[in-house]
Write a protein of this length. Structure first.
Length: 242
């Protein structure tokens, strides 16, 4: 009898430890949404929202700043793992459990200020070389629709390729209040030309994350919107007009 009781106790203890495993939350370096501060701690507009969300729900977690492709893949393949800020697109709908939205973004085509081609609609863009980066939702979106994409590992290579005429357009995601997505010295040379999509971004979680936790996180997020927390965090990171 003592052996049985001891066994039950050990099983319960092990189950409790597994359930208490912290949530691993991955993200990329993408100021002002997510970035490493001077003290080494990951911060930023989306990060502050995620941290507040975890605090309100009493969720144990840790955040890792990684290259986007790796961060995204980990959330797809590892239990108890989520990734932000993830564009929720039809192609990705079944890949994750979703918490959000945490923000909204415009997808824009940027080009040289002295460009000579017309760009009035998506059909015009089909004739052009479009710079994207590997693993990004914009790359997936354009590639799946037959556009001529030229993907790189580092998105900040694309404005340089524009200036060298190695691509015609750069597919950029711009969130409210975001700074220029490149060196300000290029602001008069590389300019926005057209909005081609609008998306909402989320905390995307592996299917193994318990549904109960997903529901709790979404409920807390809705409350953060109602009580003004989202607006307060957004104001903190608003950028002055340029």
């Amino acid at each position: 009898m003592r052996f049985i009781i001891k066994t039950i106790f050990l099983l319960a203890t092990c189950t409790g430890v597994a359930a208490a495993a912290p949530l691993l939350i991955t993200t990329e370096h993408s100021p002002p949404s997510s970035m490493r501060g001077a003290d080494g701690v990951v911060t930023g507009r989306a990060t502050d929202k995620i941290r507040e969300l975890m605090a309100r729900t009493g969720t144990d977690y840790k955040i890792e700043l990684l290259p986007w492709k790796r961060a995204f893949l980990m959330a797809q393949t590892q239990a108890q793992t989520c990734v932000y800020s993830t564009s929720r697109t039809p192609d990705r709908e079944g890949m994750f459990k979703w918490v959000g939205p945490t923000d909204e973004a415009e997808w824009q085509f940027w080009g040289r200020a002295d460009h000579s081609f017309p760009l009035n609609n998506m059909d015009d863009a089909r004739k052009l070389r479009i710079g994207t980066y590997i693993g990004d939702a914009r790359d997936e979106y354009l590639r799946s629709r037959g556009f001529n994409v030229d993907a790189v590992n580092n998105d900040l290579v694309n404005p340089q390729k524009l200036l060298l005429n190695r691509i015609d357009l750069w597919a950029v995601g711009i969130r409210n209040g975001a700074p220029l997505p490149f060196n300000p010295e290029w602001s008069d040379k590389v300019v926005p030309l057209m909005v081609f999509n609008r998306v909402k971004v989320y905390l995307a979680c592996n299917h193994a994350v318990p549904e109960e936790l997903i529901e709790k996180l979404n409920a807390a997020l809705a409350e953060m919107r109602r009580d003004g927390t989202f607006a307060r965090i957004d104001r903190k990171y608003d950028q002055p007009a340029r």
